[in-house]
Write a protein that binds this ligand. Structure first.
Ligand code: SF4
Length: 182
C-alpha cells in the first residue's frame, strides 16, 4: 500500500471545510477541505500535466474531497483503481457528469450520473469524486489499492462531517444510534 497522503487529522478540531459539493438527492453532500498543495502526485504526473496542457487549463491546488471517504485531488492522477474495487460505486469521474474545471465543483450540485468504471475518465484532468460518500461500507479496498495513497477511509470522521454540518448528536447510553443509516 502506498503511503497515505492525507493527514489523519485533516478535518479535526477547529478546521473548517472550504466548501462542499452536493448530491441532487437533496440529502447528501461531501465537504471539501484545505487549500490543496502543489507537491501532490498530480503535479508531477506526465499524463495529468499533458492533459491540462491540451485543454489549455491551468492546474491549480484542489484540496481534499470528502471526509470519511477522503480523496486528495492533488494526489489523484486519475488511475481509477478506486472505481475498479468499490462495491457500492462511491466514486464517479466528475468530468463525465460536468466537464468544468475542478475548482468549480466547490458549491456545485451533482446528480451522481457520472461514469464509474476505471477507464471511463474523460481525460487525465478528471478526478475521482466521492459523490456517494454516504454509501461507503468501509471495506478499505480503495485506500489499499490507490497507487498514490490519495484516499483515506476513516468512518470515525463522520463525526467531523456532522460537526461541520451542525447535525452532530452526542450519543447517550441506551439511546438509538443517530449515525446509523437506514
Ligand atoms: S472503502 Fe470500500 S466501499 Fe468505501 S469507498 Fe472505498 S472501496 Fe468503496
Amino acid at each position: 500500500m502506498a503511503d497515505l497522503q492525507i493527514p489523519e487529522d485533516f478535518c479535526h478540531n477547529d478546521v473548517e471545510p472550504k466548501g462542499k459539493t452536493s448530491h441532487s438527492d437533496g440529502e447528501n453532500f461531501h465537504y471539501i477541505w484545505g487549500d490543496g498543495r502543489t507537491d501532490g502526485a498530480a503535479f508531477s504526473n506526465d499524463d495529468v500535466k499533458a492533459a491540462y496542457e491540451e485543454r489549455g487549463e491551468e492546474q491549480v491546488p484542489l484540496g481534499i474531497h470528502g471526509t470519511s471517504v477522503a480523496v486528495d485531488w492533488d494526489s489523484c492522477v486519475a488511475a481509477g483503481s478506486c472505481m475498479s474495487v468499490c462495491p457500492v460505486q462511491t466514486f464517479q469521474w466528475y468530468r463525465t457528469e460536468q466537464d468544468v474545471p475542478a475548482a468549480d465543483v466547490l458549491g456545485a450540485t451533482f446528480e451522481g450520473t457520472g461514469l464509474t468504471e476505471q477507464d471511463e475518465r474523460l481525460d487525465y484532468t478528471d478526478k475521482s469524486q466521492p459523490i456517494r460518500e454516504h454509501d461507503c461500507t468501509v471495506c478499505m479496498a480503495c485506500q489499499e489499492i490507490c497507487p498514490e495513497g490519495a484516499i483515506r477511509i476513516e468512518s470515525a470522521n463522520q463525526e467531523w462531517h456532522e460537526k461541520a454540518a451542525g447535525t452532530y448528536v452526542i450519543m447517550k447510553s441506551g439511546s438509538e444510534n443517530p449515525h446509523a443509516h437506514d
